[in-house]
Design a protein around this ligand. Structure first.
Ligand code: XMP
Length: 514
C-alpha cells in the first residue's frame, strides 16, 4: 500500500482515491503522527499531501523526522514538497503573485515519475509559496509556465516532489504520474479490488467473530445495507441480527422496504422497533431547529440503549456501517477544526461505547469510500435503487418539516415526497441529481379547489448536484417536469395547495432547510 500523510490539504482524499482507482490500496494518517506503528512492511511508498499552511508559519504541521530515513520512496505534493525542501535545508518563500490554475510544464531533466508523459502537458497549480533554494542533493526536474520549480527530485534517496496537484482532474496525466510513482518507482502491485476486499475482509471477520452472534444497527441507507449484505455473505446468517428503529420520521414505505430488502439478502433475524410515539411526543410544541435535532438525537440514543440491551446479551459483536471518511472526519485528520453549522446526530449510546471498550465492535466498511461501498453493494447483489439512493439525514423528516413537527404534517410530507421521488425515478432524473427531497413549510396560502376557497400548506422541492455535500449547486430542473410534478402533488395531496422550487446553492444556503 501507499501511506499518505495528511497535512490538511483540501485534496488529500482525492490523492487516496485516485491511487485506489488503479488498484493500489492507500491509507491516510495525520501528517504529524508518530510513524513507527504505521510503517508496516506492506508500505511501499509515502506521499506528503498539501496543506493550508506555509512551512514557515507557526503551527504548520511537521512530519516525524523518520520520514527522511525510510527505505521506501517519498513523494511530496505542494506543501509536501515545500516541507521536504525546508526540512532538508532548502528555502521556501512567498510569491508576489500566487500561481493558480492551469500551467504548462516543461522538463529540465526528466525522470521516471514522468515516464510516457509528453513535454508540455498542462498541470494544475494552487500555491502561494515557492522553492527559492533546493535542498542539498536535489535537482530541478521541470519548470512551470512562470518558470517556477514544478518538480524536483533526489533520485539517489528516492525523494520526489511536485508543486502541482496530480490528483485534481484538471491536471493532464495526473493519474499516470501517481501510477508511475506507486507502481513504477515504489513497485506497489495492483491488488486492490472489491473482490479481493470481500475475500480478505470476509476471512478477517470470520476469524474475529468465530461462532459469536452479531447485531447490526441499520438505518435503511446504503452503508448499513451493504454492511448487512457483507455480513450475511461472510458469516452464518443464523448468527446475524438486524435492528432497525422506526422513528416515525421515515419516508413513506421506508420501514417495509428496509425489511423486504434484508430478507432478500437472506436475513433471518430482523428486529423492527416501532418507536414512533417516543419521538413524536417530545417533539410536539418545539420549533427550534437545533433543539429538534437534539431531541431526536438524544431519543435515538435512549431507544437504542433500551433495545440493544434487551435484544441480545453476553459477548456478542455490534456492527456498524462506518465508512473510511467517517473515521477521518471524526478527528483523525489534521486541521479539521470545522465550525459546527448543524449538530449532526452521531449515534453513540452507552451500550455501544461499552462494546467498543470490550473490543466487540465490527465495522466491515471502515476502509472504504462511498463509491467503493456502492460497487461492493452491486457485487453483493443489492438492487440499484438502494445502492444509488440519495443521502437521507439521521433526523429524517423531523428537519424537513420546518417549525413544529406533528404526525399529521409527517403524513402530508410523506405523501408529497413519495410522489416527487417516484416521478424523478420514472422520468430518469433521479440519477442525475445528488440529493432531492421535499420540505413542508409552516405557511399556508390561499387557493381555489373546485369553486371553493382553499387554505393549505406550501411545499418546497429541493434538488441539488454535488460531489460530497460540502458544496452544492441547484439542479437545472427541466421546467416541463417541474410543472407536471407540481400539478401531480397539488392534485393528489389535499393539504398542499402550492409548490415552490428552491433555487439556492450551498453556500450560502445549506442543502437541508434546518
Ligand atoms: P447540509 O444541510 O448541512 O447537509 O448542507 C449536507 C448533507 O448532510 C446531510 N445531513 C445529515 N446527515 N445526519 C446525517 O446523517 C444529520 O443530522 C444531517 N444533517 C444534514 C444532508 O442531507 C446532506 O446530504
Amino acid at each position: 500500500k501507499i501511506l499518505i500523510l495528511d497535512f490538511g490539504g483540501q485534496t488529500c482524499q482525492l490523492i487516496a482515491r485516485r491511487i485506489r482507482e488503479f488498484g493500489v490500496y492507500t491509507d491516510i494518517v495525520p501528517g504529524d503522527i508518530e510513524l513507527e506503528e504505521h510503517l508496516t512492511d506492506d508500505v511501499k511508498g509515502v506521499i506528503l499531501s498539501g496543506s493550508p499552511y506555509s512551512v514557515y508559519q507557526d503551527g504548520a504541521p511537521v512530519p516525524d523526522k523518520k520520514i527522511f530515513d525510510l527505505d521506501v520512496p517519498l513523494l511530496g505534493i505542494c506543501y509536501g514538497l515545500q516541507r521536504i525542501t525546508y526540512d532538508l535545508g532548502g528555502k521556501v518563500a512567498p510569491l508576489a503573485t500566487k500561481e493558480y490554475g492551469r500551467s504548462k510544464i516543461s522538463y529540465q531533466n526528466k525522470n521516471d515519475l514522468f515516464k510516457d508523459i509528453p513535454d508540455g502537458f498542462v498541470s494544475w497549480m494552487s500555491h502561494g509559496d515557492s522553492l527559492d533554494v533546493l535542498a542539498d542533493g536535489f535537482t530541478l526536474t521541470a519548470l512551470s509556465e512562470h518558470n517556477l520549480p514544478a518538480s524536483v527530485c533526489d533520485v539517489n534517496r528516492g525523494i520526489y516532489g511536485l508543486q502541482f496537484h496530480p490528483e485534481v482532474t484538471h491536471c493532464e496525466f495526473g493519474t499516470k504520474i501517481l501510477e508511475n510513482f506507486a507502481c513504477g518507482i515504489c513497485g506497489a502491485k495492483k491488488e486492490w479490488s472489491m473482490e479481493t476486499y470481500i475475500a480478505k475482509e470476509g476471512e478477517k471477520l470470520r476469524e474475529r467473530v468465530g461462532d459469536k452472534e452479531v447485531l447490526l444497527l441499520i438505518s435503511g441507507g446504503v452503508d448499513s445495507t451493504v454492511a448487512g449484505g457483507l455480513l450475511l455473505k461472510t458469516l452464518d446468517p443464523n448468527k446475524v441480527h438486524f435492528m432497525y428503529i422506526d422513528t416515525g420520521l421515515m419516508r413513506k414505505g421506508e420501514s417495509e422496504e428496509v425489511s423486504e430488502n434484508l430478507k432478500k439478502l437472506g436475513a433471518k433475524h430482523l428486529h423492527l422497533i416501532d418507536a414512533r410515539d417516543r419521538f413524536l411526543g417530545p417533539l410536539s410544541g418545539e420549533s427550534d431547529p437545533e433543539k429538534k435535532r437534539k431531541i431526536i438525537g438524544n431519543m435515538f440514543i435512549e431507544v437504542q440503549e433500551d433495545e440493544i440491551r434487551s435484544t441480545l446479551s453476553g459477548d456478542y459483536f455490534l456492527a456498524q456501517g462506518t465508512l473510511y471518511t467517517d473515521l477521518i472526519e471524526s478527528g483523525k485528520g489534521v486541521g479539521k477544526n470545522a465550525q459546527v453549522i448543524k449538530s449532526h446526530h452521531n449515534v453513540g449510546c452507552k451500550a455501544i461505547e461499552e462494546k467498543r471498550e470490550a473490543g466487540l465492535i465490527i465495522e466491515p466498511l471502515e476502509f472504504l469510500y462511498k463509491d467503493e461501498v456502492r460497487e461492493l453493494g452491486r457485487i453483493l447483489g443489492i438492487s440499484n435503487t438502494i445502492v444509488d439512493r440519495h443521502p437521507f439525514p439521521g433526523p429524517g423528516l423531523g428537519i424537513r418539516i420546518i417549525g413544529e413537527v406533528s404526525k399529521e404534517k409527517c403524513d402530508i410530507l410523506r405523501d408529497a415526497d413519495y410522489i416527487y421521488v417516484n416521478e424523478l425515478r420514472k422520468r430518469g432524473l433521479y440519477d442525475k441529481i445528488w440529493q432531492a427531497f421535499s420540505v413542508l413549510l409552516p405557511v399556508k396560502s390561499v387557493g381555489v379547489a373546485g369553486d371553493a376557497r382553499d387554505y393549505s400548506y406550501v411545499l418546497a422541492l429541493r434538488a441539488v448536484v454535488s460531489s460530497d455535500g460540502m458544496t452544492a449547486d441547484v439542479y437545472d430542473f427541466p421546467m416541463k417536469d417541474l410543472l407536471e410534478i407540481s400539478a401531480l402533488i397539488t392534485n393528489s395531496v389535499k393539504d398542499i395547495g402550492r409548490v415552490t422550487y428552491d433555487i439556492s446553492s450551498k453556500p450560502p444556503a445549506t442543502i437541508e432547510w434546518e
